[in-house]
Design a protein around this ligand. Sequence first.
Ligand code: AMP
Length: 406
Amino acid sequence: MAPESDRQRALVAAFADVAVAAGYGQVISPIFEDVRVFHRLGEANDVVTKEMYDFEDKDGRHLALRPELTASIVRAFVQHRPRPPWKAWYEGPQFRHEKPQAGRYRQFTQIGVEVLGPDDPHVDVEVIALAWRFYESLGLSRIRLLLNTLGDPDCRPSYLVALETYLNDHRGDLSEQSQATLATNPLRVLDSKREPDQAVIAGAPLMVDHLSDDAGAHFSAVTDGLQTLGIPYEISPRLVRGLDYYVKTTFEFAGDALESAQNALGGGGRYDDLAEQLGGPATPGIGFALGVDRILLACDAEGVFPAPPTEPQVFVVDVTGGEQAMALTDQLRQAGLRADRAWGNRSMKAQMKVADRSGAAVAVLIGEGELANGTATVRDLRGDTGQQEVSRTDLVATLQQRFAST
Ligand code: AMP
């Protein structure tokens, strides 16, 4: 609820401006999808196996509340076949059955973009820069961009063999959970934050050392592009991201003003095979999702991006029965001003109390005298400029001018 909801709305609007200015069109996709859309995220993935809210509908179809939006957007691409390059942005709630804690909720809001079509590494740079510039525009400065590559179908299989062999050799030193992960998805062992795993992970072979020529050239072009734009990054060779569909570039944004348990502010990567896996033509893609709730926590921690003003600019106090307030607030709102009024034909004193409490900058008073004279009294509630009687014909223009720069 307000004022947090005002802030969230302003944040999403700021993101929409950034995305639209870069040529992205909004996709409003359904809250639930056929569960098979999300199975593409990876059968060995917690988001799919443990955290998804799935259910059968009245027709016996197996559906799921979306846990993320990339798969839905790619499903929409496959279904509607817009002409590539297709640049989409989105916002909306996602659902994951996680253990709720600070910055981790079962319903949370993400904003993001996806680009389907080109495999040009400059698209990777554009997408990463979009998120980076957005954080900057909010006033955030303690953000780190972590960058990695997960290779491509030419080099990943041989790397996975090397990694699996190494991890199996050190199986006994891994935590129980990581031993289980090793059996289903060795790459994700690198993601473990558990203490006993750290020594094993530190010695594990790295994807960046096993890249094919093509994947290596792609990654170099991305890092060169980021340097050209002056966007600082850290190579994070163990960043694997949760979802199975990523190839080549992957990235995350860490908010250093937050505790490490909630400092993931967003992330994304390239998923060149997902469209084909969902039944469409082979079409490379890349995108990111940012957590709105987390970004607002980071803004609190850095003391930036306050809630936008929502208090009325003008509060109408009408002690002649209320008809004047009804007409005048309507007129003021049409003129683009935030205007409100009191209800119930109460005394001047009672209405002025409400006006004061509303946070309005100005009260417009209409009593029998003003009504007879065709005027209104404009009273400054915040400063000490006192009050002045203004003709009703000039009233709206006078107030518009007063608030022109706020
Ligand atoms: P993911 O889709 O898991 O890569 O998440 C992208 C971003 O969404 C994360 O970096 C977080 O900022 C945010 N996020 C993910 N899960 C949650 C959650 N349960 N509650 C709040 N924010 C979340």
